[in-house]
Ligand binder design. Sequence first.
Ligand SMILES: Cc1ncc(COP(=O)(O)O)c(C=O)c1O
Length: 248
Amino acid sequence: MPTLTTLAQRHNLFLIEDACEAIGATLSTPGQPAKPIGSFAHIAVFAFYPNKQTTTGEGGMIVTRDPDLAARMRSLRNQGRTASGHWLQHTELGYNYRLSDIACTLGIGQMHRLPEILARRETIARLYHHHLASETSLTLPPLDIPNLRISWFVYVVRLTADFTPARRDQIIHTLEQASIGCGRYFAPIHLQRAYAEFPPHIPPPHHRIRSLAHHRPPLLQSHQRIPAPHRLRHPQAGHTAYTLNDHP
Ligand SMILES: Cc1ncc(COP(=O)(O)O)c(C=O)c1O
């Protein structure tokens, strides 16, 4: 993030931080105290869908230090009304993106529990690591990264390059048969059909990544995520790891 903020400043760019999977994570830079992820850019977004560390059932949150941006987003969220304006007056066309009071109550309750939730998720990530450490066909996520406090969302394991997509899918199927939630992780955004028309115009660095994905599909398309919900119990984490270890 510090590199991106420097780059954005140099080129006068507007930076939006996607912190949807990172609530509670912190990053320290040399000589500076740790800063929360979501506090580096002009705007940061967080998601509260039920699979996230904290949830409001649906929806999310945008944060900014810029009072003008905050006022504009509040207005757009509220069908174009201004904060001081009358309920029946719309100063611009907006949306109904309001989070209901009921959803907010749930979210506030979750915020109070955030330290406990993050600690529990970290315990589960460490349990997975402990059980899977000797599995040579998996690359595990790093448990500790210097200067970073990780907020565990999902635990992504990467199959080594000799796995075919068919074999990967077979493993996912085996886990699902054992009632273990598991799935492929996101393909890079430029491989999504919604962006299919853009690649010819994408500048060189993205092209390089795309060709890497095409020539070595297992590298970028063999990530799979296994659950790290904070309600998972030790034996369940062991069962997941055992099933994954025992893949066909
Ligand atoms: C990194 C990231 N950004 C954005 C989103 C979108 O969040 P939502 O559609 O739940 O608001 C997600 C959802 O999983 C995500 O993981």
